[in-house]
Design a protein. Sequence first.
Length: 139
Amino acid sequence: MTVRNGSCGCGDLKYSVEGEPVNSVFCYCKECQIHTGSDKWFGVWYPKEKFKITSGNPSIYARKGMSGKDMNHLFCANCGVMVAAEVTAGNFYSVGVSTLDEFDGLAPAMAIYTASAPSWAVYPEGVPKFDTLPPGMGG
Ligand SMILES: [Zn+2]
Ligand SMILES: [Zn+2]
């Protein structure tokens, strides 16, 4: 069983994820742009029980997602880095790939919320793009 470890920028907050992600997504929604300072967030999705905080205590910022259900951002109060967001609408965590210690073999499988992307957004090659979410997902 693959276990990957990750941490925030200062190392106060550490986590692990088990197994392979169920999805890997470039999200171009406005919130992700704000939180990353970039055109997108690269999140790998893990079922809730596969994500564990192993050190430190995350601060939580809750907001309403597009679905109207809570998105709980887990971030480090010391350095401000968000390591993951709990998507309660789907019962999974979207883990920030940039916070994983190593991310060999992880690549985006789709681009979502591209309707909100800036005109200068950069898209991965060869993966489907969706204005919002793929049909049948979320909602
Ligand atoms: Zn930190
Ligand atoms: Zn987003």
